[in-house]
Design a protein around this ligand. Structure first.
Ligand code: GLC
Length: 743
C-alpha cells in the first residue's frame, strides 16, 4: 500500500477521489485498476454505452421484484439467495460493486422511491438488508448500502435539511443501517443527498465521522451520491473517499492542490482517503472472475421471489383460489402491459418479461379480455367493453394500479389514489359482476375507498419480470400466498403521522412525529388503518399457543418460543412476528415494536414450536446528551406473538433487572436513586468516604418526612457544594458504578 501511494503524484491521488460516471480512474500504476459500479437493488443496470443520455438503454438482465415487494417476503434465506443471484449476474457483467441495498425507512407512503426501500420498520429492514449484502458479497460482488442517511423523500432531496431528534435518528433511521453495516460489512456506503440537522451527509462529521467510522468502526469506502459532494475537503476529513460522479483530472487536482497549499487539507488526510479506494481496487481485482449463469434459472428465482412476496389482503367468501373450471375474464391493460418495476436509477431492461394475459391464454385460449383503460385514462368505449366482458364470466380478474409515471425516483406523489379511470372501471365492472378479484400493481400504499367493490384483493406490488407466472400460481392455488405487509396501508393520507410535515418547506423538513412513524404511530394512537403492518392472508389458517419467554443473562438475550399449528387444509407459510412492549408505555415511545420474526412452512395439521431470540442490544434505547449511550431499561416487558401488529395472538411478561433505569445523572435526587433496587447499598458504600454527603443519604431513611424530603432532594450537584470532599472525579466514579449494568 505504502509503495503504491509513494508512487503517486498529488494529481494521481486526486484523480482517485472521483468516480467518473460508473468507474474510477485507471492509473498507469501496477495493481491499481479502475473498479466498476452499477445500480440496482432489483437488477443490474449496466449501460450499453460508456455513458448514455438514455439511462434506460441498458443490457438485458433479470428484473427481480422491487425491494418493497421482496421485503414483503419476510424471508431472510430468500433475500440471501437474491443477493447471491444478483452477485453472480453482476460478476457476469464485470460489475465490481452493486449500488444497493437501499434501506431508508418509509416515513410517508408518498415517498417517490418507497418502491426501492424495504419497510417503515428498521428491524425487518436491517434483517433482510444484512442477508442481501452477505449473499451479494459471497459471490464476490461488493454491496453499497444507501443512502446514508435519513433520505426519506425525493422532494428537494439534493438540499433538504432533515431536522430530527437524536433518539428517533438513532433508534429508527440509523438502526436500519447499523446491523447491515456492522455485520453485513458492505464494501461501500453511499451517503445521501440531503442534510441532517444542518450537515450535508456526504461531509457529515456526525454521521460519517463519529457514527459510521467511529462508533460502528466501518472500514470500507464511503462514496457520495451523484453530484452530492459539496465540501470535498470537509468530507475527506470526516471519512469520505469518493465522489460520484466527480470531476476529473486537472480540475480536481487543482482543487486538492489548493487545499494542500492553503493548509485546509493535509497530505496524510488525502492519503487516508485514497488508501480506501486503493484497497477497494485491490479487493475488486481479486474478486473478479468470469462467470456465466443459467438465465432461465435466474428467471425462475425471480418468480420464486415474487411468489413469496405478494400479499393476499382480502378474500371474501373464499373467492380464491380459483378452480380450473371457473369461468374467468381478465380486465385491465396491466394484464398485457405489466407494471413490474420502479422508475429512475434502479430501472433495468428485463431479460424475459412475462405478461399475465399471454400466460393465461396459453392454458385457457378463450379467456375474454378487455383493456378497460390506457395508462391512467379510459373512454366510454373501453368501459362498455369491460362491462360486457365482465357480464359473461363467473369471476373477474381486474388489474389495477399505479402507472410508472405516478411514482419514481426524483419526485414524490402528492396523493395516494390510483387513477380515477381505474377506480371508475372497478365501479362499473362490480355493478355487472360482484365477484371481482383485484390484483394491484404499485410500489407503495394506495388509498382504497373502493375496497368494498372488490371481493378479493391481491397486492402484487412491483413483481419483476416473472411476476405474471407467480401471480398465476397464486391465483389458482398451486402456491399459497405468504407475503406480509412490511408497511402500513392507511385509510387516507391525512391519517399518516407525518402528514403535516411532508415534504417540509423549501429549506427543511421536520420529523416532528419523532419515533411515531408507520405502525409505531397507528398502533400507539390506536388509529384505524386499511391494512396493518405485518398483515397478509393465506389459503390456510394458523393457530398460536404456548408462548414462553425466559431471560438468558449470560448471553444477554431473551429466549422466546411459541407453538404454531396449521389448522387448515392446505400447506402454507406463516410469518410469526414478535412485538415487544417496554417499560413506561406512557413514556412517549411507541407502545410496541417489532423485535423478531420467523417465516415457517407447515403442512395441513402440522405444528411446530418456533424458537426465537431477542438480544438485549435490540431492546436498548438511546440516551442522548453527555452519556450518549444505549441503555437496557429495567422493568416489566410484555412480549407478544402475532400475525400482524393488529393481531397479537399471545402475550407473556418478563421482568428485566439486568439493565438500568432510570439512568442516574449528577442531577438525579437521592430520593429517586434509592427507589431503584441496589442503589442504596452502592451509595452507602461509596459515600462512606464523604461523611457530610452520607448524612444526607441517611436522612432519606429518617422517620420524619420533612427530613426525608431534605435528604431526598439532594443530588450530587448539590452535595458537592456542601461537601468539599466530594470532587467531580468522585461523582464520575459514583455515576459509573450506579449506572453499570449488573454483571
Ligand atoms: C442516483 C441515486 C442512487 C444511484 C446513483 C447512481 O441519484 O440516488 O441511488 O445509485 O444515482 O445511479
Amino acid at each position: 500500500m505504502a509503495s503504491i501511494l509513494d508512487q503517486l503524484t498529488i494529481e494521481e491521488k486526486a484523480s482517485l477521489l472521483s468516480q467518473i460516471v460508473w468507474e474510477t480512474t485507471e492509473l498507469p500504476c501496477e495493481d491499481l485498476e479502475k473498479f466498476l459500479l452499477a445500480d440496482g437493488p432489483a437488477g443490474i443496470r449496466r449501460l450499453k454505452e460508456y455513458f448514455d443520455e438514455d439511462i434506460y438503454n441498458t443490457l438485458p438482465t433479470t428484473c427481480y421484484p422491487s425491494p418493497s415487494t421482496y421485503a414483503s417476503s419476510w424471508n431472510r434465506e430468500l433475500i440471501h439467495e437474491l443477493g447471491r443471484h444478483l452477485g453472480i449476474e453482476a460478476k457476469s457483467m464485470d460489475v465490481d460493486v452493486l449500488l444497493g441495498p437501499g434501506v431508508n425507512l418509509k416515513r410517508s407512503p408518498l415517498g417517490g422511491r418507497n418502491f426501492e426501500y424495504y419497510s417503515e420498520d428498521p428491524y425487518v429492514t436491517s434483517e433482510l438488508a444484512t442477508e442481501y449484502i452477505k449473499g451479494l458479497q459471497e459471490e464476490g460482488t461488493g454491496a453499497c448500502i444507501k443512502h446514508f442517511a435519513v433520505n426519506n423523500q425525493e422532494t428537494r432531496r439534493m438540499t433538504i435539511d432533515v431536522r430530527i431528534g437524536e433518539e428517533p435518528l438513532r433508534e429508527l433511521y440509523l438502526r436500519a443501517f447499523q446491523k447491515p453495516v456492522t455485520e453485513g460489512k458492505p464494501w461501500m456506503v453511499m451517503t445521501a443527498y440531503n442534510r441532517v440537522n444542518g450537515e450535508y451527509c456526504g461531509e457529515s462529521r456526525k454521521l460519517v465521522g463519529e457514527i459510521l467510522r467511529g462508533e460502528w468502526g466501518y472500514e470500507g469506502t464511503v462514496v457520495t451520491d451523484c453530484f452530492a459532494a459539496h465540501d470535498l475537503k470537509k468530507g475527506i476529513q470526516n471519512g469520505l473517499n469518493l465522489q460520484m460522479p466527480g470531476e476529473t483530472g486537472e480540475r480536481l487536482a487543482q482543487r486538492i492542490r489548493e487545499y494542500l497549499e492553503a493548509g485546509e487539507l493535509t497530505e496524510e488526510e488525502l492519503d487516508r482517503a485514497v488508501r480506501k479506494n486503493i484497497l477497494l481496487s485491490e479487493r475488486a481485482r481479486q474478486a473478479r472472475k468470469k462467470v456465466s449463469y443459467d438465465r432461465e434459472a435466474h428467471h425462475a428465482f425471480a418468480r420464486r421471489t415474487a411468489l413469496e412476496s405478494m400479499v393476499l389482503l382480502k378474500n371474501r367468501s373464499g373467492l380464491l383460489p380459483l378452480q380450473e373450471s371457473d369461468s374467468v375474464c381478465v380486465i385491465g391493460e396491466m394484464a398485457e402491459k405489466p407494471r413490474f418495476q420502479g422508475g429512475g436509477s434502479s430501472h433495468v431492461n428485463p431479460w424475459k418479461l412475462e405478461t399475465f394475459l399471454d400466460l393465461l391464454r396459453r392454458q385457457k385460449p378463450e379467456v375474454p379480455y378487455a383493456a378497460g383503460y390506457q395508462e391512467d385514462q379510459t373512454t366510454e368505449e373501453l368501459l362498455l367493453e369491460a362491462r360486457q366482458t365482465a357480464a359473461k364470466a363467473d369471476k373477474v380478474l381486474l388489474f389495477l394500479g399505479l402507472p410508472e409515471i405516478y411514482e419514481s425516483e426524483g419526485y414524490d406523489r402528492t396523493d395516494l389514489r390510483i387513477p380515477e379511470a381505474h377506480e371508475e372501471l372497478l365501479e362499473q365492472v362490480s355493478q355487472v359482476n360482484p365477484r371481482v378479484i383485484v390484483i394491484l400493481f404499485n410500489g407503495a400504499p394506495v388509498e382504497m375507498p373502493w375496497i368494498d367493490r372488490a371481493d378479493a384483493l391481491l397486492e402484487a406490488y412491483l413483481p419483476g419480470e416473472a411476476g405474471a407466472s407467480a401471480l398465476l400460481e397464486l391465483l389458482y392455488g398451486r402456491e399459497n400466498p405468504s407475503g406480509r405487509l412490511a408497511e402500513t396501508f392507511p385509510i387516507k393520507l391525512s391519517d399518516t403521522p407525518c402528514y403535516l410535515n411532508f415534504p417540509g418547506d423549501p429549506n427543511a423538513v421536520r420529523y416532528s412525529e419523532g419515533f411515531l412513524t408507520g405502525y409505531r404511530y397507528y398502533d400507539t394512537a390506536r388509529k384505524e388503518v386499511r391494512f396493518p403492518f405485518g398483515f397478509g392472508l393465506s389459503y390456510t389458517e394458523f393457530a398460536y399457543s404456548g408462548l414462553e419467554v425466559s431471560q438468558n443473562p449470560q448471553k444477554r438475550l431473551l429466549e422466546i418460543s411459541v407453538q404454531v399449528k396449521n389448522t387448515g387444509t392446505l400447506a402454507g407459510k406463516e410469518v410469526v412476528q414478535i412485538y415487544v412492549e417496554g417499560p413506561d408505555p406512557k413514556g412517549g415511545r411507541p407502545v410496541r415494536e417489532l423485535k423478531q420474526f420467523a417465516k415457517i412452512s407447515l403442512e395441513p395439521g402440522e405444528e411446530k414450536r418456533v424458537q426465537m431470540r431477542i438480544s438485549e442490544e435490540d431492546l436498548k434505547i438511546y440516551r442522548p446528551g453527555n452519556s450518549g449511550r444505549w441503555v437496557l431499561r429495567n422493568g416489566c416487558y410484555r412480549i407478544y406473538a402475532g400475525k400482524s401488529i393488529a393481531e397479537l395472538c399471545a402475550c407473556a411478561e418478563i421482568e428485566i433487572t439486568s439493565g438500568i433505569w432510570p439512568e442516574i445523572t449528577e442531577n438525579t435526587c437521592l430520593g429517586d436513586m434509592i427507589r431503584i433496587p441496589g442503589k442504596w447499598e452502592i451509595l452507602q458504600e461509596e459515600l462512606a468516604a464523604h461523611p457530610r454527603s452520607l448524612e444526607f443519604l441517611t436522612l432519606c431513611r429518617n422517620d420524619n418526612p420533612l427530613k426525608i424530603s431534605m435528604g431526598g432532594l439532594m443530588s450530587f450537584q448539590n452535595l458537592k457544594r456542601t461537601d468539599p470532599s466530594l470532587k467531580d472525579d468522585d461523582i464520575a466514579k459514583l455515576l459509573e458504578k450506579l449506572n453499570a449494568e449488573p454483571a
